[in-house]
Design a binder for this molecule. Structure first.
Ligand code: GCU
Length: 617
């Protein structure tokens, strides 16, 4: 990120006033590539389980909207008056958290903490007249109230998608401070709901910065191949600002011999469809990225974009028109070596390097939007991506606000990822129990996803049911609306029986679409050894994988899988004192980075699949 050198241009350091709470500006595309001032680093924090920080400290009122004076958001200091007022907090003398970073993994007393923590960051900036400024958070879990210099910017719900507010005219020239109220309390009507199988890491878990832009700037763009067309580019550029209409924007992909001057319409938008005969297509074997630049007057936005098509044909999946087998693995956004939300590129590159070592060409980024940096790494390293929103298990299907929340998270995920060649699937949820309200909720999400992006596949982890004759039936009505028949199955672990008995199962799949196993697996405590029937041993997990792969190989139309899961991960529900200790042990790699025996079973299977489909790569 380029540090921002902001020349002093405003004569006075006047305290700017603005609306108490402001609607969120549409998300800036490729925000990290703008001129940014990073706010990563030490943030002082105050634990606040009693919501004290929302109170007026004279105890006069509980001010949830917190637009008045008096809460922690003021970052108040004792006055120098003879009788200084009572202030029972002091950020500058409070402990600090390293941001980006959840609080659970940074302070042992916060490991299980669920509630409010207030965080404060002071920073210096000298805004330039005529420029626009935005504060940008990669993610805050789960509900956040954000204040700049004591003034509220807004409230956001959703723990895994970017948050952004325009702060033009609200920055002081010189000293500023931002206060975030982060609250990871779980709620029945939230997305996800109160029950999940991952750690409820709270706080500011991804990058924070101030982005600077010209008064009229390129706020959004999509530069991809047209649907199912390997030699035609299609997309748009969207400007924001008073001079957005009738503007010339230059799209330049020099290496592809493309340079096009676009003209924005009355809404500041220019759509385009450009022949692109000479493109080298992106694929896991050859993850070709082009330097793409968009220039509007004085501003140029640079991106690196890959071009590929993804489509289904009967029960086949075609990548760039060629039959593909998705050799995948599921991944949580957690570095098992330092449990906690992945902190930055180092953590993310480690996870994807393990996936490549396993022989993968595909990763399921479960169960929520991952860091934008993860998507860019997948582009660079040649890994296809299944991206997902946390519509997980027993959501409040009949609550309109819950649906709106889910749809907003889906829209923000698609907005963030729409230029990433690696993403080939948008998943609208995971293992959601059948009901009419659930079907309505999920099919509405499917329709929304298709409306936002008709170039990628839409999927979900469907429900299945078994009959006494060991037939696994996949006839979830949601499957009708999806491009893949994808489902989780846990033969050999949750269904009783031994791994050697897994091959007794057969499948009855209602839909003639590509079949994709979005999860299978079983727990193993690394280093715990027994025979193939000793549950929790590496040998049990090894035998489970051997027999699962045999059984799955009998499925007509099997086009891929993302076994559960690359690495052991923290999970509050997993409390067996010998085998789990707060970890889900289905990882093929342990929480200390040790590869279990089952890792090599899957690695060999993927070597064979690669030889069969991709000439060994
Ligand atoms: C479920 C769920 C996962 C969970 C896994 C398990 O299928 O999708 O999030 O961790 O099973 O039980 O380990």
């Amino acid at each position: 990120m380029k540090m921002l050198l902001l020349a002093l241009a405003l004569g006075v350091a006047g305290i700017f006033t603005g609306p108490a709470a402001q609607a969120q500006t549409s998300l800036i595309q490729n925000a990290p590539a703008r001129r940014v001032l990073s706010l990563n680093g030490s943030w002082n924090y105050i634990i606040d389980p009693y919501e004290n920080g929302f109170y007026d400290y004279r105890r006069e009122a509980f001010d949830k909207s917190a637009t008045g004076k008096g809460g922690y958001y003021d970052n108040a200091k004792p006055s120098t008056a003879q009788e200084p007022e009572l202030i029972e907090y002091d950020f500058d003398h409070s402990a600090a958290l390293q941001i980006p970073g959840d609080w659970n993994s940074q302070d042992p007393k916060l490991l299980y903490y669920e509630g409010t923590i207030w965080l404060k960051k002071s920073f210096k900036i000298t805004p330039t007249a005529g420029k626009r400024y935005f504060i940008y958070f990669g993610a805050i879990n789960y509900e956040s109230h954000i204040y700049l210099n004591g003034k509220k910017l807004g409230m956001h719900q959703g723990g895994f998608t970017p948050i952004q507010y325009e702060v033009t005219g609200k920055l002081n020239s010189g000293d500023n401070f931002v206060v975030v109220k982060a609250d990871n309390t779980r709620h029945l009507d939230a997305v996800p709901t109160i029950n999940t199988d991952w750690w409820n890491y709270g706080g500011i878990t991804r990058d924070v910065y101030i982005a600077e832009a010209p008064e009229t700037f390129i706020v959004d763009y999509k530069v991809q191949l047209a649907k199912d067309n390997m030699s035609q580019l299609a997309g748009y550029v969207q400007l924001d600002g008073t001079g957005k209409t009738g503007q010339s924007v230059t799209l330049n992909i020099a290496e592809a011999g493309i340079k096009q001057i676009l003209k924005t319409d009355g809404d500041g938008r220019a759509t385009f469809s450009i022949p692109a005969k000479k493109l080298k297509l992106w694929s896991p074997q050859s993850p070709k990225l082009y330097a793409v630049s968009l220039t509007n007057g004085s501003e140029t936005v640079q991106d690196k974009i890959g071009f590929r098509t993804i489509q289904t044909k009967g029960q086949d999946i075609l990548l760039n028109g060629k039959s593909a087998f998705m050799r995948g693995i599921s991944i949580h956004d957690e570095n098992p070596l330092i449990p906690g939300r992945a902190r930055g590129e180092g953590d993310l590159r480690m996870l994807l390097t393990w996936a490549k070592e396993l022989g993968c060409n595909y990763v399921r980024l479960a169960h929520y939007p991952h860091n934008e940096a993860m998507l860019r790494l997948a582009d660079e390293m040649g890994l296809l991506v299944w991206a997902e929103v946390p519509v997980y298990w027993t959501i409040a299907w009949q609550n309109p606000a819950t649906y709106q929340n889910a749809e907003t998270q889906l829209s923000d995920l698609i907005s963030m990822g729409k230029n990433r060649a690696s993403i080939v699937v948008w998943s609208v949820g995971n293992e959601t129990p059948l009901s009419d309200p659930r079907l309505t909720f999920m099919t509405n999400l499917v329709k929304k996803a298709r409306a936002l992006d008709d170039t990628r596949l839409i999927a979900a982890a469907l429900e299945l049911h078994r009959t006494p004759d060991n037939v696994i039936h996949v006839d979830d009505p949601l499957g009708e609306f999806l491009d893949l028949t994808s489902f989780n199955e846990y033969a050999g672990w949750y269904w009783g029986g031994k791994p050697s008995e897994i091959t007794k199962y057969t499948f009855d799949i209602k839909y003639s679409k590509p079949v994709f196993i979005s999860e299978f697996g079983g727990d193993a405590l690394a280093g715990y050894h027994g025979d193939a029937e000793t549950r929790w041993s590496e040998e049990y997990q090894e035998s489970l994988y051997q027999n699962q792969l045999k059984m799955l190989g009998t499925i007509k139309g099997l086009r891929g899988m993302t076994p559960w899961i690359l690495a052991d991960f923290r999970a509050t529900r997993r409390q067996h004192p010998v085998y789990q200790n707060g970890f889900n042990r289905k990882g093929l790699i342990s929480s200390t980075g040790v590869k279990k025996k089952a890792f090599y079973v899957l690695q060999e299977y993927y070597r064979q699949q690669a030889a069969k489909y991709d000439g060994g790569k």
